[in-house]
Design a protein around this ligand. Structure first.
Ligand code: PHE
Length: 447
């Protein structure tokens, strides 16, 4: 047990799990996915999905992890030694590698933007200049691959040092600082001329836009943002002590994560509309608008640099958790050393990351794949960041609800908590609401 490690302190789990949850998913992916899906309606569905599906799945994952003390593959095997269930664990291990492969590309952008900000590239910038800067930046093949390599190397280095010392240290003090800068940006953005139109887009749902695709995207985003559906929270749960209050920790994590995403939207959309930019602009949305906001803030160079530094660190605590899943699998199931596991997985991830790094303009083929018509990056984000997580969450709900059994899971959940007030809500969600809704959304695409 000791060789796997465990959290050094009681709050260690909350800090590290929110470190995993809070990342580019909140500040980069949430706003652009909301923008692509018409704004307010997406936000509304997202919030509903967090409460009725994602939070219950989070609790299911963490309790499964704590109960078995295992990585995702080991956790399924521990409860259902025979049968196919462990395949869900394997899917999680692969999904971790695949998400990490393109997530690290975007994390590389934050590092690139840190340097741009420090060197004053964002001074007196207009939105046209910001947009052309960004597209020039992401289409530089060499730079993109280097930044990917740098970020992966950092992740590999920290994960190789182990759980408590590696992960906890980083997630402790920096989140509040990130939040403080977000509030600064929020004030600036809301006071820009024309900000109202952005607020309307963000807050006034247009129900005629309702479609299965909006629901799928919102649900997928909820899983992505809370690091669910691939066993990250099973793995992190396996390092949690029996005395930890799982319902309240999980509720805090879900709340904190959602809060930051919502704030990010309040920053991005008023600014986007005030500058007459397109809210459906895709993955570059945040990187196109933030420099413009910073250029309109006194001390923008300093705040901009600090912001991108903190965002890189927030991304790092997420990439650490992505890498930890395949690594914990190799350590537990294959008896590899942590060091060997980390290096091998790091290299595989890099190989898969290169096409993503080259698909934002660098290499034509990857930027617009034949047949699918989108970039390798967009395809990967959809396949792994959305579909695979939703499939994983579906099977985790079924597994915990019916194979392990919700009543037994409840016993595990209740260790360390005085009274779990939402026990029956949780049970209904995990057995019925979550699996049925996920299944219906999938069916609506197939039929
Ligand atoms: N939740 C992280 C974020 O929002 C990304 C992530 C997804 C991490 C899945 C682990 C597992 O940035």
């Amino acid at each position: 047990m000791n060789s796997r490690g465990s959290w050094g302190s009681k709050v260690g789990f909350i800090l590290a799990a929110s470190g995993s949850a809070v990342g580019l998913g909140n500040i980069w992916r949430f706003p652009y996915t909301a923008g692509k899906n018409g704004g307010a309606l997406f936000v509304l569905i997202y919030l509903i999905a967090v409460v009725i599906i994602a939070f219950p799945v989070l609790l299911a994952e963490v309790s499964l992890g704590r109960h078995t003390g295992k990585n995702p593959v080991g956790a399924f095997k521990a409860i259902a030694p025979k049968g196919m269930w462990k395949l869900i664990g394997y899917l999680g291990v692969i999904t971790g590698i695949m998400i990490l492969s393109y997530y690290a590309v975007v994390a590389g952008w934050t590092v690139g933007y840190l340097f741009k900000s420090i060197t004053g590239k964002f001074q007196n910038i207009t939105n046209q200049i910001a947009e052309s800067n960004f597209s020039e930046f992401i289409s530089s093949s060499f730079l993109q691959v280097i930044l990917l390599a740098v970020f992966l190397f950092l992740t590999v280095y920290i994960v190789s040092k182990g759980i408590a010392s590696g992960i906890e240290k980083f997630s402790k003090i920096l989140m509040p600082l990130l939040l403080a800068i977000l509030f600064l940006l929020l004030i600036r953005s809301l006071t820009l001329e024309g900000a109202m139109k952005g607020l309307e887009f963000y807050l006034k749902p247009d129900f005629s836009k309702l479609s299965p695709k909006v629901i799928l995207d919102a649900m997928g985003q909820a899983f992505f943002s809370l690091s669910l559906g691939m066993g990250t929270m099973i793995t992190y749960g396996s390092y949690v002590s029996k005395s930890e209050d799982l319902p309240s920790s999980s509720a805090w994590i879900a709340f904190f994560d959602t809060f930051i995403a919502i704030i990010a939207g309040f920053i991005i959309f008023p600014a986007i509309f005030s500058q007459g930019m397109n809210p459906a602009g895709g993955p570059g949305l945040v990187f196109n608008i933030l420099p413009v906001i910073f250029s309109k803030i006194p001390g923008g160079i300093m705040f901009g640099s600090l912001f991108f530094a903190l965002l890189s660190i927030a991304a790092l605590t997420s990439t650490i958790s992505l890498l930890e899943v395949p690594v914990a699998f190799l350590i537990d199931e294959k008896r590899w050393s942590r060091k060997k596991s980390v290096i091998v997985v790091g290299l595989i991830t890099f190989i898969f990351g290169v096409p993503s790094a080259l698909s934002t303009g660098g290499v034509k083929f990857f930027s617009k794949l034949p047949i699918v018509g989108k970039s390798f990056f967009d395809l990967w984000d959809f396949l792994w960041g959305n579909l695979s997580l939703s499939i994983g969450a579906f099977f985790i709900a079924i597994f915990v609800g019916y194979v392990w059994k919700a009543s037994k899971a409840l016993i595990e959940i209740s260790h360390g908590t005085e009274k779990f007030r939402f026990a029956s809500f949780w049970m209904i969600s995990i057995k019925f609401i979550s699996p049925v809704i996920i299944l219906l959304i999938f069916l609506s695409f197939i039929l």
